[in-house]
Design a protein around this ligand. Structure first.
Ligand code: SF4
Length: 953
């Protein structure tokens, strides 16, 4: 296969030989220079001086006296001029977006040598147009006239006024900005280009210390480039080498040849020994559709496996550069040498992720009533769990995370997080936006210091990333420190993100060996035998036509500024030029409609499919969605499980007990019991930002206990409860106590802020408390025996030929004495069914609606009965279903018996023998070494099971 650059290298070497050292070669991009140099070096065995290589923008800088201005600095200057010209005090934040658009427009105006004064005038007298724009073509004048006749179709009067208001100051803004920058001897890119073009037009001398300048691989030229090319061409100082194919060159309607045709007309055709007619020669073209963005990268091993040798003759070209990371992760082992042209995106690295967390930390911080700034727990946890932070202070950080989680801390002060100097410096609120860069630099310095002494090779890479971020933030700091502009914090973060997000870490290695991975722009001038192009979707290749500009489309067209059609023609050229000499081409597109992707193949694929000059093979790749059914887990008893179960045996020093919840889980599903109580796979504890049902239940228990504790000493009468009802201070303080208990750390006790939806929760809690007291008035007088007391007992179970004494226990919400009854009360905040048919139903694991609440209350009754043996009083289990307290027929009793014949369970003691027998049976089963842990037969129970994923049910 012949390469365009290789043939030019041969041509120039034979024509100029050693004199090449006095010449200069200009490419559209740097990559082409590398390849050209390689081809040149292969032509001779003796060392020769290479010519000087430039990109076109480097050459323009070389020819101009202006230095490139920093974009941010330019934006600041533009902002000042804008505020003065419009006579408004708009914040930089509001201006930022428009400022970037304005700068892009000014850049265009300069590169296309548009007369800004004429462009930005309000032409009310249409008769003037022809006189003023006599240098434009008739069509252009017609379009400009049409625009000023009606403005853009669809603009209302208000929009027109707004447009004119900005339009009339744009020329002043443009010329003043240029003057200010020129005073400092700097300019944005377009300004530098125009400076060179103006010099040429004015006949000024430019410094060109070269024998000849060769321009290689150019396509669309702006007017400044055109002026330079003409100047050099007429003086016989330049030679031009266009890359094209006859196929789209001779067809005047083919957009890929639009600019090349003009270039050849003006500067002549390429005169080298290379065929320019290879596009329609025999080549293998495949179109592959993949129903996923990342899936395109995942099929690379398969696509590459069909290529004979993966060398620098093979390129993966990404139309969407976001695919770089998935592509790097998908490369097969056979691609051991590869070269990435575009650099690794910093925003995909853990260091950048940490910076993002820190930005969120500052953005989401808030000042509360005590005037202290607090940080949102999600941002705090993200930073604490970040590997760079966590690895150095593991134990302290884990303790801190546990405290935040256990105490449900939603907003945290800097003091609470200041467990060491470094964390103290991170968890500091930065009030003054200008101090943010220094704050980040300090954190990066510390990370680099920690990394520097570590020997792993990836630490060197991490340090390189830290260094790149450091350099950019430092530059931002310098610019901000020297500007008088006031920023909002969010603007500064926007600037910061913009500065950092496009940073790339260059890959090191030999760039011309192995598989080449690159973006579309880097392919200019290069040829590859094997090509895999990814993201060949409409809206990506060519890119979406949405472009922001202050200059309406009609005027852009009228004044010869680039339009969408211009952009499309450039993409068409990139595509056809790239495939013209390739022998094997695979075009991959994402067929799934997701986000902004329409799932449509690029128009260039359609063109190939419908053009008889090409033979295209189309393949659709679908996912294999037939999942292998995985078998549910079955586990048998072993020494480990038995050792853990033995911790519930009463003589064991660990002295643990089986709770009603553990027994309920065991009855429901033995496997779930294993996961939770043997393997101890606890569901991760999380901060509950808003009150959930569990939290609400805890708070209700805490509040009612707080209210009743002072009444425990004596008899509770209707009078004492009515007094309590009227004592709003006590009720409110009980609620605050409950919130403090669930939401605050010990350090901050008594300071819980009740806000947002929790204000509603507080009111609901208050209503429930009032309702419980009102309900209790109906049972007065009574005495409270215990609140939240822990009760335990041992039961004897058989294990083989031994008797084991297993401890069972639990915390009973409330035990009170009403007349001749001892009531065992359990508060329930959810829906409650108080009915059971018989005791057996409480132990029947095949019932999907087995009554857990009644099982629990009967077990509490059993615990109390075993500990007190209150034979002379009735033991009455009861459920206070909080939601039913307001109902006229509220009752707390358990109802027992067949469907139509239910009776109140008036004394637990009547059922004790039956209940105990079943209880022993289930615990014996638990200790039986022949019965393992296997899944429930009732799949409804799996619906909300936290172990669903791992048990493969
Ligand atoms: S998913 Fe079902 S079978 Fe598996 S542990 Fe949970 S409840 Fe048991």
């Amino acid at each position: 296969m012949n390469h365009f650059l290789e043939e030019i290298a041969k041509h120039l070497y034979s024509a100029y030989g050693d004199k090449l050292k006095d010449c200069c070669v200009v490419f559209p991009n740097r990559r082409a220079g590398l390849f050209f140099n390689k081809y040149l070096s292969e032509l001779t065995e003796k060392p020769v001086w290479a010519p000087e290589y430039f990109t076109i923008s480097d050459l323009m800088v070389e020819l101009s006296e202006l230095e490139p201005a920093d974009e941010l600095l330019t934006l600041f200057e533009l902002y000042k001029v804008y505020c003065e010209e419009k006579n408004i005090q708009e914040s930089f934040d509001e201006f930022y977006f428009w400022g970037e658009i304005m700068l892009a427009d000014f850049d265009n105006i300069d590169k296309y040598l548009v007369n800004a004064t004429k462009l930005f005038q309000n032409i009310t007298d249409l008769r003037n147009i022809e006189d003023q724009f006599s240098y434009l073509s008739e069509e252009q004048i017609k379009i400009i006239k049409r625009f000023w006749q009606n403005f853009e179709p669809g603009w209302s009067g208000q929009h027109k006024d707004k447009f004119l208001e900005t339009w009339k100051v744009l020329n002043n803004i443009y010329s003043r900005l240029r003057d200010i920058l020129a005073e400092h001897n700097i300019g944005y890119e377009g300004m530098i280009y125009r400076d060179v073009a103006d010099k040429l037009v004015n006949g000024e001398k430019i410094n060109l210390p070269f024998l000849k300048i060769f321009f290689i691989g150019f396509n669309a030229l702006n007017e400044c480039e055109n002026a330079l090319f003409k100047y050099l061409s007429t003086r016989n100082l330049a030679e031009f080498f266009w890359d094209y194919d006859e196929y789209y060159l001779v067809n005047k309607n083919h957009e890929a040849g639009r600019f090349i045709r003009r270039n050849i007309d003006e500067f002549g055709a390429t005169e080298i020994n290379l065929s320019f007619s290879s596009l329609t020669t025999r080549k293998e073209i495949r179109v592959v559709s993949v129903p996923s963005m990342v899936g395109q990268a995942k099929i690379l091993p398969e696509l590459l496996s069909n290529m004979e040798d993966i060398s620098h003759e093979t390129a993966i070209v990404m139309a969407d550069e976001h695919l770089l990371v998935p592509v790097l992760h998908s490369l097969p082992e056979s691609a051991d040498d590869f070269n990435v042209t575009m650099g690794y995106p910093v925003d995909k690295t853990p260091v950048y992720a940490l910076i993002e967390h820190i930005i969120d930390l500052q953005n989401n911080s808030r000042r509360q009533n005590d005037q202290k700034w607090r940080f949102y727990y999600r941002d705090v946890l993200a930073i604490l769990n970040h590997p760079f932070i966590h690895q150095d202070y593991e134990t302290e950080i884990d303790q801190l995370i546990d405290d935040i989680t256990e105490r449900n801390k939603i907003y945290l002060t800097g003091e609470e997080l200041n467990i060491n100097t470094f964390l103290g410096s991170i968890f500091t609120r930065i009030d003054e936006p200008k101090n943010i860069p220094a704050y980040l630099l300090h954190i990066l310095e510390k990370l680099a210091r920690d990394n520097i002494n570590q020997e792993h090779s990836y630490k060197a890479l991490e340090n390189e990333i830290i260094f790149q971020l450091y350099v950019r933030i430092k530059r931002l700091k310098e610019i901000i420190d020297n500007s008088s502009i006031q920023f909002l914090t969010r603007t500064l973060f926007r600037l910061l993100r913009k500065t950092l997000m496009h940073t790339r870490i260059p890959f090191s290695g030999e760039p011309l060996i192995g598989l080449q991975i690159m973006g579309v722009l880097e392919t200019r001038g290069l040829d590859f035998k094997n090509l895999i192009m990814l993201s060949m979707n409409e809206d990506i290749f060519p890119g979406s036509p949405v472009s922001h500009s202050f200059i309406p489309h009609h005027l852009r067209f009228g004044f010869g500024l680039p339009t969408i059609e211009h952009q499309d023609a450039i993409y068409a050229y990139y595509f056809y030029r790239l495939i013209q000499r390739a022998e094997r081409i695979i075009l991959v597109y994402n067929s799934k409609t997701e986000g902004l992707s329409t799932g449509e193949k690029s128009r260039f694929i359609h063109q190939l499919l419908f053009d008889p000059a090409f033979s295209v093979n189309e393949k659709i790749i679908a996912y294999n969605i037939q999942a292998n059914p995985e078998k549910p887990v079955w586990l048998s008893q072993d020494k480990i499980s038995m050792d853990i179960l033995n911790t519930y045996i009463s003589e064991n020093i660990k002295n643990k007990y089986l709770s009603p919840s553990a027994l309920n889980v065991y009855i429901d599903c033995r496997l779930r019991f294993y996961f939770r109580y043997i393997a101890r796979l606890e569901e991760p504890d999380e901060v509950a930002e808003e009150v959930n049902q569990l939290l609400f239940g805890n708070m209700l228990h805490a509040a009612i206990n707080r209210l009743y504790e002072p009444l425990m000493e004596g008899e509770i009468t209707s009078v004492s409860l009515r007094e309590l009802l009227n004592n709003k201070v006590r009720i409110n303080s009980a609620i605050h106590h409950a919130f403090n208990q669930e939401y605050q750390s010990v350090a901050d006790k008594g300071k819980a802020e009740i806000e947002g939806r929790n204000l509603i929760v507080r009111e609901i809690l208050k209503q429930y408390l009032i309702q419980i007291i009102n309900t209790d008035i109906n049972y007065t007088p009574f005495r409270i025996i215990d609140l939240e007391g822990t009760y335990r007992m041992d039961i004897s179970v058989k294990k083989e030929d031994k008797l084991l004494r297993v401890s069972i226990g639990g915390k009973i919400d409330r035990i009170d004495n009403v007349g001749n009854e001892i009531r065992i009360i359990d508060y329930k905040t959810g829906r409650v069914d108080r009915k059971i048919s018989d005791i057996d139903s409480l132990f029947d694991r095949d019932l999907s609606d087995r009554n857990h609440a009644v099982f629990q209350t009967l077990l509490y009754s059993k615990l109390f009965y075993s500990s007190e043996k209150q034979q002379d009083k009735m033991i009455v289990p009861g459920l206070y279903a909080i939601r039913e307290l307001t109902s006229n027929d509220f009752d707390y009793h358990i109802l027992f018996g067949a469907q139509r014949n239910k009776e109140i369970l008036s004394d637990y003691q009547h059922l004790d023998i039956q209940f105990t027998k079943k209880l022993i049976g289930i615990v014996e089963e638990m200790y039986n070494k022949d019965i393992g842990f296997f899944p429930t037969r009732i799949t409804e129970k799996c619906e909300y099971c936290p172990y669903r994923e791992i048990c493969h049910r």
